[in-house]
Design a protein around this ligand. Structure first.
Ligand code: FAD
Length: 457
């Protein structure tokens, strides 16, 4: 077969672009096929003002310590970060609608609730230390943990209603699914892959610590700029045909392909010959989470003058997690909240006006009447995006890790798998996406016996 290039990468998100960049650096001739008319996948900048720096992100946005792949790449690309706004007191709204101000990570709950919550939280953290993020299915109790939903575990681990609700809120915030959707093994794996649960949920010292000047989509835009014409936009791939000495995708032929898509989207492609049963079934068992990212825009971040950080958690919701998302230069003021899991499923199909009202009502209960009249409102429902079908990431259903986990990264002949869902560090995050792309690129180069251009060509 005459090849048009060495490697085709499907998807110009962080993972596909990182793979293409690594392959190019290794001397391979690479093409990236992207379905959308833009790069960045689950990252997308949106303007909130006249100036170029008046930017927010409607997709992923934060980076934090320990995320060495993304932080290294950001530095390589000449991009800088700035801290998430945390000055001031945080707010907590209890199930009865009472507001409490607090500093640090945990609100001053009633002591019985606090002890109940603390016990369950500490137990979860201890359990997560025993999971190997490279192979969670090898945990001695893997089957039991994979068959146990986080919902069932919470009911046993915590006795009070408020502690249970607070634990469920944490799960929604990290996974954008309900505790009943989630296997305990996956939840523990996720924490292990981030070096601990605290790194997943913390702002200072955790995954929400920093933001990207120029918006997180800039990382992909810069990588794509470097790849130039090797990236083709508006080029959705529908099928992959594998022959003895190469792959055929549309009218292009290459030696190998990297599928840098979440499993749920990889499963929508037509494979000839058919995928092995383990891989074909795996792709049906990693559904995407449900999240709507919502932002209200104000002239100024008025809550800062009230001594508030803009960080809030609300048990009544429907917006349960809120941040100050004001751009780096301090205006306009932006409050951002997530509708996650159940709340995204209920409000996603509702008319926009109803959803907006629910979001602004939550902001107003927390931050006062001034929150009731934003000058703008922005939202993005990732479940209705045909080339994402949900976010933040794919979440294996209970039983999937133990029955199908080994098929997650295992190449199928000339087909290699990337995307954050195949990451072993910070799976579901930018960092996991980049790690996965680089790992898939290394696999391809090893398989072609090539770091040298001549050997690939
Ligand atoms: P994607 O970005 O999904 O890339 C896949 C690409 O493939 C897309 O560009 C898509 O258009 C394309 N594609 C799909 N189908 C086809 C096809 N058939 N043919 C060709 N191309 C196709 N992560 C963090 O680290 N920090 C955060 O703060 C954070 N917050 C988040 C908040 C939200 C609201 C969302 C949505 C995500 C968030 N995430 C966050 C997750 C993060 O955005 C993702 O983990 C990461 O961007 C995934 O990158 P990826 O390359 O693996 O996948």
């Amino acid at each position: 077969m005459a090849h048009d290039c060495d490697v085709i990468v499907i998807g110009a998100g962080l993972s596909g672009l990182a793979a293409a960049r690594a392959l190019e650096a290794g001397g391979a001739d690479v093409r990236v096929l992207e379905a959308r008319d833009r790069v960045g996948g689950r990252t997308l900048n949106r303007s909130v003002g006249e100036r170029p720096e008046d930017l927010v992100e409607v997709g992923g946005q934060w980076v934090g310590p320990g995320q060495n792949e993304v932080l290294g790449l950001v530095a390589e690309l000449g991009i800088v970060t700035y801290p998430t706004h945390t000055d001031g007191e945080n707010l907590f709204e209890d199930p009865g609608g009472r507001l409490k101000r607090y500093s640090g990570t945990i609100p001053r709950l009633n002591p019985v609730v606090l002890a109940d919550y603390g016990r369950a939280d500490a137990r979860f953290k201890r359990m997560s230390k025993k999971v190997d993020p490279d192979a969670p299915w090898e945990h001695p109790d893997a089957e039991e943990l994979d068959g146990l939903t986080v919902d069932a575990w919470i009911r046993k681990a915590a006795r009070t209603k408020t502690a249970r609700e607070a634990l469920a809120l944490g799960i929604r915030a990290v996974f954008s699914v309900e505790p009943a959707d989630l296997s305990m093994l996956h939840a523990l794996f996720y924490a292990a892959a981030a070096d601990g649960w605290d790194f997943l949920v913390d702002t200072e010292g955790g995954g929400q610590q920093d933001r990207i000047v120029g918006g997180s989509q800039l990382i992909s835009l810069r990588m794509a700029e470097g790849l130039g014409e090797r990236v083709s936009l508006s080029s959705p791939v529908r099928s992959i045909r594998v022959e003895e000495d190469g792959v055929i995708i549309g009218d292009m032929r290459a030696r190998r392909v990297i599928v840098a898509l979440p499993p749920a989207l990889a499963g929508t492609l037509l494979y000839e010959p058919a995928l092995p049963s383990q891989r074909a079934q795996l792709t049906q068992r990693v559904p995407m989470g449900s999240v709507i990212k919502c932002m209200a825009v104000y002239d100024q971040p008025f809550w800062r003058a009230d001594g508030l950080s803009g960080i809030a958690t609300s048990l009544p919701g429907p917006v349960q997690v809120i941040f100050d998302n004001t751009p780096a230069n301090g205006s306009p003021g932006v409050l951002m909240g997530f509708l996650e899991g159940r709340d995204a499923r209920i409000l996603g199909p509702a008319p926009e006006a109803e959803r907006r009202r629910a979001v602004i009502d939550t902001f107003t209960r927390l931050f006062g009447e001034r929150a009731a009249s934003p000058s703008g409102y922005i939202e993005k429902d990732w479940s209705s995006e045909p080339f994402s079908r949900g976010c933040y990431a794919g979440v294996p259903t209970p039983g999937t890790w133990t029955a199908y986990g080994s098929a997650l990264r295992e190449p199928v002949g000339r087909i290699h798998w990337a995307g954050t869902e195949t990451g072993t560090r910070w799976m579901g995050y930018f960092d996991g996406a980049i790690q996965a792309g680089r790992r898939a690129a290394a696999e391809v180069m090893a398989a072609e016996g090539a770091k040298r251009p001549a050997a690939v060509a």
